[in-house]
Design a protein around this ligand. Structure first.
Ligand code: ADP
Length: 677
């Protein structure tokens, strides 16, 4: 069902009785226009509803005049009260309506304005009635205050009329028995004001909303409206000219219909139209006072019923509109989420799925709604979050991290599922894993090379000695009587030893002459790459590594090998924190890269660990010297070999000793040379 008129009120959250703002932002020109319109309308109503009517003392069947001031102050604030009070005085001074020689009408009008002005202030103030009358509470309070104000107005009118010696109600003969009891003037006066304010007030308040509501004219000319109007006319034709109570009842049918269908914006104009019709009929058919009273009572009943029912319907529609709006907002928000999002009902069926999830699983949302997650995604069994896969409609599987949270919304168990595509992350992880494996392989190769070099160096001497000792022995034995086979064997031993020395020498040459595959490398990138590789290790140890790299540093190196050097130095620093308890100082490592001079770039690694052991002071680079249980004592010597092979130097800062501060230099690529892309 579409709801014609802006019955639900302007969009926006249901206010928790907010203060109604005073409107200081109205430009002067508009204020002037409002004031003149108010005074003009007041003067007109003053003519139509004179305090001293042509038939002296007759109480009019309804009095819409007080509603003007009430609406003005309710909408615009207490600052307009003086104008409301000035209106009767100005109107009388201009001789418009209510011309009384003794000034009594002016007093009555002034008191009336004061009462309804006060009522408006009460509505704005402690009652905080929404001027748009969007809630049932607002309408109930409005009707209640109107009834109370009309009662105060009636009492003060009777009181003022009595002390001024004016007839209270000239239309009825007070000498008739039961005058004061059956239809007392106070009741007529109350009815007159009550009807006037509760019909005109909501009408004016609702009327100002209509320009804001689009397409209203189109809706007005719907067939349903036409049938409703016809029903009203038929009911009125039933009532007039014989205004018998029992003929009133059918009028409730179209009234309830309109209220239920269109809410307050529909019922307020209908009540206004009915009241005008009643008034016209009273004049046309010359109704008797008792008939007028019956119509007044009917009108009060119709007004209260219509307004309250209309308010209930409007409020319900507003709540419905808010729910729809809330759902649309929620959908828009979850659609904007970078992750796949699902809302599941208590039975685990999909209530809402965002576009990202639709793309992930390749199903349009229409297919997803109402189905379970079976065959789509398996949620982590323990709740919380975990890795899983989303299976798309074409069978392809996307690795995701899924998290689910169950919440109770209005007593219904609802599960919210977020699904993050981790394909990229997985790729990055496997890239890092490959890199790590490469570095490890290189590290083992370097270790083997260094081991071979050291062994070659160490074995070369004894093997040469063996060869020369065998030579000496052969020469000594050649002069004596030894079996020729012994000489032969010695000869073989000498050749084997010479061969071994040759193998060792060649091995050493091979290791030392290993070729470097150099290329220009941005130092910042190289350090960043190493940081990624060591991130897990640093996190496990609880060390913070800071990097300071001067911009534009480029070196010509074998990238993998220099990464290996940096990794060795950083692993030494991380290893230095190993024996420390968590309380022993901060675990920080600083890596700096800067230009040493035009030709060299210097990289420094320092840590906040305990420093080099004093026993190693002069032997840091000696192979196989280590203080670590799992160490080989080759890391620093390998690193130095690699750096030296690049033409640079690697050393421990003696000035800082025993603090562990290591430097190494690499040849810089001058800006003129090729830069890496
Ligand atoms: P390994 O690490 O296998 O012991 P290295 O050649 O890398 O071999 O290091 C030799 C020794 O130097 C280490 O055993 C350690 O005692 C000392 N060392 C190296 N770096 C540091 C450092 N940052 N802090 C303290 N001691 C260090």
């Amino acid at each position: 069902m579409t709801f014609p008129f802006d019955a639900a009120g302007a969009a926006g959250p249901i206010p928790v009785r907010p203060h109604i703002p005073v409107r200081p932002d109205i430009p002067f020109g508009h204020r002037l226009a409002i004031a003149l319109a108010f005074l003009g309308a007041y003067a007109l109503l003053n003519v139509g509803w004179p305090v001293l009517p042509p038939f002296p003392g007759a109480i009019p069947p309804w009095n819409p005049r007080p509603a003007l001031g009430l609406v003005l102050i309710l909408l615009l604030g207490p600052g307009w009260l003086p104008l409301a009070l000035a209106a009767p005085v100005l109107s009388m001074a201009a001789g418009i309506g209510n011309d009384g020689s003794d000034g009594w009408p002016a007093v009555v009008l002034l008191v009336e304005q004061a009462i309804y002005g006060g009522a408006a202030l009460l509505m704005r103030g402690s009652l905080r009635i929404d001027p748009d009358l969007r809630g049932f509470e607002d309408v109930l309070r409005f009707v209640g205050i109107s009834a109370a104000s009309a009662a105060v107005g009636a009492l003060s009118f009777i009181f003022l009329a009595t002390i001024a010696g004016h007839p209270v109600d000239g239309s009825v003969d007070p000498s008739v028995a039961g005058y004061w009891l059956k239809d007392p003037p106070i009741l007529r006066y109350w009815l007159s004001d009550m009807i006037g304010v509760s019909v005109t007030g909501p009408f004016l308040l609702v009327l100002r909303r209509i320009p804001r509501s689009g397409g209203i004219r189109k809706r007005l000319f719907r067939w349903e409206c036409a049938v409703q109007m016809l029903a009203v006319i038929v009911c009125l034709a039933l009532i007039f000219p014989r205004t018998v109570g029992s003929r009133f009842y059918p009028l409730f049918i179209p009234l309830v219909w309109v209220a239920a269908r269109f809410g307050l914006p529909g019922v307020a104009p209908l009540l206004m139209a009915l009241e005008i019709t009643f008034l016209g009929a009273m004049g046309l058919f010359g109704l008797q006072p008792n008939q007028v009273l019956k119509l007044q009572i009917l009108m009060v009943t119709l007004t209260s019923t219509g307004l309250l029912l209309g308010a209930v319907v409007s409020e319900r529609e507003r709540a419905r509109a808010l729910v729809i709006q809330g759902e649309a907002r929620l959908k828009a928000i979850i659609d904007m989420a970078p992750d796949g999002m699902l809302i599941l009902d208590a039975g685990g069926r999909i209530d809402m799925a965002n576009q990202r999830f639709e793309r992930l699983c390749g199903h349009p949302s229409g297919d997803l709604l109402g189905r379970t997650l079976d065959g789509l995604v398996a949620l982590p069994s323990s709740g919380g979050s975990g890795e899983t896969v989303v299976t798309a409609s074409d069978g392809s599987r996307t690795p995701v991290e899924a998290s689910a949270a169950a919440i109770d919304i209005a007593g219904r168990r609802t599960t919210i599922v977020a699904v993050r595509d981790i394909t990229e992350r997985k790729l990055a992880w496997s890239r890092i894993d490959r890199r790590r494996a490469e570095v490890e392989r290189l590290s083992r190769a370097a270790l083997t090379g260094e081991l071979a070099a050291v062994l070659a160096h160490e074995l070369n001497q004894p093997l040469s000695a063996v060869v020369s000792y065998i030579g000496a022995c052969q020469r000594l034995l050649a002069a004596s009587e030894v079996p020729p086979r012994a000489i032969e064997q010695m000869d073989k031993a000498s050749r084997q030893a010479a061969r071994a020395a040759d193998v060792v020498r060649r091995l050493r040459e091979f290791v030392c002459n290993a070729t470097l595959e150099t290329a220009p490398v941005v130092v910042g990138d190289l350090i960043a790459e190493v940081m990624v590789l060591l991130a897990d290790e640093a996190e496990r140890i609880g060390a913070a590594i800071t990097v300071e790299t001067a911009p534009g540093l480029v070196v010509d190196v074998d990238r993998l090998q220099i990464e290996q050097v940096l990794i060795n130095l950083l692993r030494n620093s991380l290893g230095a924190f190993d024996g420390l308890s968590p309380e022993e100082g901060t675990r920080s490592i600083r890596v700096q890269a800067r230009r040493d001079d035009d030709a060299w770039v210097r990289v420094t690694v320092q840590d906040s660990g305990p420093g080099f052991p004093s026993e190693l002071s002069a032997q840091l680079f000696t192979p196989f010297l280590t203080t670590r249980p799992s160490g080989m004592g080759l890391g620093l010597s390998i690193s130095r070999s690699i750096v030296q092979a690049h033409g640079g130097q690697l050393w421990a800062d003696e000035d800082e000793f025993p603090r562990a501060v290591m430097h190494f230099t690499l040849r810089a690529v001058s800006p003129a040379e090729d830069q890496p892309s």
